[in-house]
Design a protein around this ligand. Structure first.
Ligand SMILES: [Zn+2]
Length: 107
């Protein structure tokens, strides 16, 4: 998910030019423009918060933390945001990876 920066950039004014960008932490309401307690690593596509025990993870973890959502709900929301399907495409009659199991079952 290379979009991690543009996505998390909606929640925090991230600064910096290298692999790591810093900004105020959206998870802890420190919305001051000068805050730097929130870090996003572009290479690993993860965020890290430096408050208290801290929190870190990918965009799904971020969304879960922000809204206190179960993993599934967060994953569905983000799949929608990034236009990634969480279900097999129904338009395709058959997915290559499913052919082997299907053949086994039908025999
Ligand atoms: Zn924080």
């Amino acid at each position: 998910m290379a979009q991690v920066l543009s996505y998390l950039g909606h929640f925090s004014r991230l600064r910096g030019s290298g692999v790591e960008r810093r900004g105020p932490c959206p998870l802890h309401g420190s919305a001051s423009a000068t805050g730097r307690s929130f870090s996003v690593n572009l290479k690993k596509n993860v965020y890290k918060c430096f408050h208290g025990e801290g929190s870190q993870g990918n965009v799904i973890d971020f969304w879960r933390s922000l809204h206190n959502l179960p993993l599934y709900d967060a994953a569905v929301h983000l799949a929608d945001t990034f236009h990634v399907s969480t279900k097999p495409e129904q338009k395709e009659k058959r997915q290559p990876v499913m052919e082997a199991p299907n053949t086994l079952i039908s025999q």
